[in-house]
Design a protein around this ligand. Structure first.
Ligand code: MLT
Length: 409
């Protein structure tokens, strides 16, 4: 008799973004004329720049010729792409070997799958609020006991509270956690950890032989040169951190799909030698994944070319200008707003005593602007609301104007 994986039943609700889409679709059905402004999911909107399009075309054309056709490639990713990524890290003073880089179809699958190389009895710590994939993937793997609907949290997990008081960057946990998920620049709060803040986590992880899973998917949105873009900029991180990154947001590959993970040779845990986790991740990927699309990888190489970097930076700047417009517009009407300076997300306090979902409904019905309720990212997100700066400029301007003119606060 077949049985389901019972841990799925522990998940508190459906995945956040489909739930938002469901509510927006219901609103649109009742208000067919309404123009809806989507500042909810962080979905890129601008066309890919010419150098990247040429790279993708080159990937397609290579498939058309007997000489250059390729089927399955290196499961770890094209060597040229891994070497280009290593060269990018080197510019930031970080030395990586291509064997430490694993090309994937994005940061979401990597951040969901990476937990599978660790034992089920590891104690896991998350920033609260956090990108839901970290928590959900660990629930599904069986690392939590049950969901507590009063505290809106899972028993058996460590929640590192991110609040106004700590600038949304927590201290390492008081207890000994084994796996620690960090995201900086942070989704959803837009906060960025400094070297000193990351150093505390690295020192903690080395002390307890814990592993930091560092999601740097928004690193290219950092505007302040003093802030770290990779955890490996911090001494000692090679021994205790895995880094995940993506072409999705920085190069508009949300639909193309391309990302990478770094599993250093020096990384080890209580019961492993250095090198073993790197081999386990390769084993995991070669078993479950046949490598990223060869077309996407050609696109990735083009992103990393000098022209690609300049052109992608211009698109990032456009989104960051959107973030400025949102921040300044909403501040004008007295809303308290964080983030949006070194990250494409803005984190605002819901006005009055509105819950995150109450504010979602009010914003949608009064202004037709869609955002993301902070409580969907964890218990400490209650009373907050995320706006994404990904959008066409005209839509962002119209959304901000709608909020200023119509939101009743
Ligand atoms: C988000 O809106 O949090 C992200 O776009 C979701 C994702 O990248 O998977």
């Amino acid at each position: 008799m077949a049985k389901i994986n019972p841990h799925y039943r522990k998940l508190s609700a459906g995945y956040l973004f489909p739930e938002i889409s469901r509510r927006v679709a219901a609103f649109q059905k009742e208000n067919p004329q309404a123009k809806i402004y989507r500042l909810g999911i962080g979905n890129t909107t601008e066309p890919l720049p010419p150098a990247v399009i040429n790279g993708l075309k080159n990937g397609v054309e290579r498939l058309a010729s007997l000489k250059t056709y390729s089927g399955y490639g290196d499961e770890q990713g094209e060597l040229a792409l891994r070497e280009s990524l290593a060269a990018l890290y080197l510019k930031r003073g970080v030395t990586l070997r291509p064997g430490e880089l694993f090309i994937s179809d994005g940061a979401k699958p990597d951040s969901g799958n990476i937990q599978s190389i660790f034992g089920v009895d590891n104690l896991v710590a998350f920033q609260d609020p956090a990108y839901p994939v970290y928590v959900d993937s660990n629930v599904i793997a069986g690392r939590s006991d049950s969901y507590n609907s009063e505290s809106c949290s899972y028993a058996g997990f460590v929640y590192m509270r991110c609040s106004e008081e700590n600038g949304f960057i927590p201290e390492p946990p008081a207890e000994k956690a084994d796996l620690i998920y960090l995201c900086s620049p942070n989704n959803p709060t837009g906060a960025v950890a400094s070297h000193q803040q990351l150093k505390k986590f690295v020192d903690y992880a080395r002390k307890y032989r814990a592993v930091i899973i560092f999601d740097a998917a928004y690193a290219d949105f950092i505007t302040d040169p003093a802030l770290p873009r990779s955890i490996y900029e911090v001494d000692g991180a090679f021994e205790c951190a895995i880094e995940i990154n993506s072409f999705s947001k920085s190069a508009g590959f949300t639909g193309v799909r391309l990302g990478w993970a770094v599993v250093p040779q020096a990384l080890s845990v209580e019961d492993s030698e250095p090198g073993e986790l790197n081999r386990l991740w390769l084993r995991r990927q070669t078993t479950f994944f046949n490598g990223a699309s060869n077309i996407a990888q050609r696109g990735g190489l083009a992103v990393l070319s000098p022209e690609g970097q300049v052109e992608c930076k211009a698109v990032i700047n456009l989104y960051m200008e959107n973030a400025r417009l949102i921040r300044e517009g909403l501040q004008q009407i007295g809303l308290t707003i964080y983030g949006g300076v070194n990250a494409p997300y803005l984190w605002l306090k819901t006005p009055g005593s509105l819950t995150s979902w109450e504010f979602f409904d009010q914003l949608l019905s009064e202004t037709q602007v869609v955002g993301t309720p902070g409580s969907g990212f964890g218990p400490a997100g209650e009373g907050y609301f995320r706006l994404s700066a990904f959008g066409h400029r005209a839509d962002i301007e119209a959304a901000v104007a709608q909020i200023i003119a119509k939101l009743k606060i």
